[in-house]
Write a protein that binds this ligand. Structure first.
Ligand SMILES: Cc1cc2nc3c(=O)[nH]c(=O)nc-3n(C[C@H](O)[C@H](O)[C@H](O)COP(=O)(O)OP(=O)(O)OC[C@H]3O[C@@H](n4cnc5c(N)ncnc54)[C@H](O)[C@@H]3O)c2cc1C
Length: 394
């Protein structure tokens, strides 16, 4: 995005990328339908960036979700708003959009140099690259770093840039998993039976934060959209005190009283699981979770009174014991501290070097906020470069 802004401003641009082709992570995002952005009003949208909101506000306001949608449509990929308010290309794919974009960049004169891994600066201030053939040094008037975070390193972003910038005295807050799963010590019986099963329409709570949505039982623990939305709070608790308690409400729209009434009916010859399934419309995996909790407290679910069952349905405690590794996370928290950047996304300590995208110190839930901020900061860095170059051009 920075390259596009720069080329349209008349600059000569080369994009160097470690990988053999462009946009590998963007293409991976396309596997999930490419959730480009979100349709909610900016007043709701911006707070998704949490502490980083003040630093991202001007970039997102200058390149907001509507502009991103127009940009996609101009590349032949009109978008639509899904039922959750998320915005997707109508094709649900990233590849046609990326192809059209690369064609347009090519037409604008942007050069690409693949298999060029940036490793820092040499003593003459030139960019140093490792290539399959040899090391290469490139002198550039201005540099925009957009090297991503450190999740899914096989797609190109491995966070190795942290050391290059730290060597220049740039403060980088530790890269941590965001939108990641968590580990849970499931019983063997529960894990074998319910791995891969979704918990739908649940409400998840940690501390004062509650999120509704879906979660997925994994072999090692739990992941999914609602977990990702709480991942910052959960991660800080798990990393800080070694564990966090997630409370799951299976039927958040039903009060304890309503549930207790439903669960007071006669069970007859039905198994407890069948009774719970019919009386409270609980899924087998939900009932399995209730059973896990009962066993952990040394009791059998069968001896629970209707009121106890009703309480448990909407307050199942799950102990999270660890964070899934960064390389499996959807995105990365941490990165270049905003104090290191001026209002044009230029590194104050390295005049002429700009930075954008996930390598900056922000995080956001899934929902299109990640790509939106990456695009918006890329565009802002591009404008910043044009502004920086302007005096020397006139
Ligand atoms: C499975 C998955 C699904 C996702 N789905 C969505 C979604 O639907 N919606 C959404 O908003 N977000 C989604 N994301 C997140 C989104 O893809 C990222 O936030 C976004 O791609 C970040 O953009 P970026 O340009 O900052 O970094 P990246 O896209 O990671 O690009 C960084 C580039 O820098 C290159 N690079 C890194 N280090 C070097 C180096 N030393 N030298 C040279 N080149 C280097 C890499 O090869 C890469 O091409 C998803 C992520 C994953 C992993």
């Amino acid at each position: 995005m920075a390259a596009e802004v720069l080329a349209s401003g008349g600059a000569r641009v080369t994009v160097f990328d470690a990988m053999p082709s462009a946009g590998r992570k963007f293409l991976m995002a396309g596997r999930g339908g490419l959730n480009l952005t979100h349709s909610e009003p900016l007043a709701d949208f911006l707070p998704r960036y949490r502490e980083a909101m003040p630093h991202l506000r001007s970039a997102v306001e200058a390149f907001p979700p509507d502009k991103l949608r127009d940009w996609s449509a101009a590349l032949g990929q009109p978008t639509f708003v899904g039922s959750s308010g998320r915005v997707f290309p109508k094709t649900f794919k990233a590849s046609p959009l990326l192809r059209a974009w690369l064609r347009r960049l090519d037409a604008a004169g942007v050069q690409f140099a693949f298999r060029h891994r940036w490793t820092g600066w040499d003593d003459q201030g030139r960019l140093q690259f490792q290539t399959p053939d040899a090391a290469r040094a490139v002198a550039s008037k201005v540099t925009v770093l957009a090297l991503g975070g450190a999740s899914w390193p096989r797609l190109g972003s491995d966070g190795a840039w942290v050391d290059c910038l730290a060597a220049k005295g740039i403060a980088v807050s530790k890269l941590r998993p965001a939108n990641s799963g968590f580990t849970v010590s499931w019983s063997d019986v529960f894990r074998d039976r319910f791995e891969g099963q979704p918990l739908k329409g649940v409400a998840l709570t940690v501390g004062t934060h509650t999120v509704r949505g879906e979660a997925m039982i994994t072999r090692a623990g739990i992941e999914g959209g609602a977990i990702y939305a709480l991942s910052a709070e959960l991660r800080e608790a798990v990393l800080g005190i070694g564990q966090a308690t997630l409370t799951i409400a299976l039927r958040p729209d039903l009060t304890t009283e309503v549930l207790a009434t439903r669960l007071s009916g006669t069970r007859g010859k039905q198994s407890l699981a069948n009774f719970l399934r019919k009386a409270a419309q609980l899924s087998p995996v939900g009932i399995g979770l209730m059973q896990e909790t009962a066993i952990a407290s040394g009791r059998q679910l069968a001896v629970f009174s209707p009121v106890e069952l009703a309480h448990l349905v909407n307050a199942i405690p799950v102990q999270l014991t660890g964070v899934a590794p960064l390389d499996r996370a959807i995105s990365t928290a941490g990165g270049i501290a905003f104090d290191e950047l001026d209002e044009n996304f230029m590194l104050r300590k390295l005049p002429g070097v700009f930075a954008a995208g996930e390598m900056l110190d922000w995080e956001a839930p899934t929902g299109g906020y990640l790509l939106q901020a990456s695009f918006a900061t890329g565009a802002a860095a591009g404008r910043g470069v044009l502004h920086w170059l302007a005096p020397s051009r006139s």
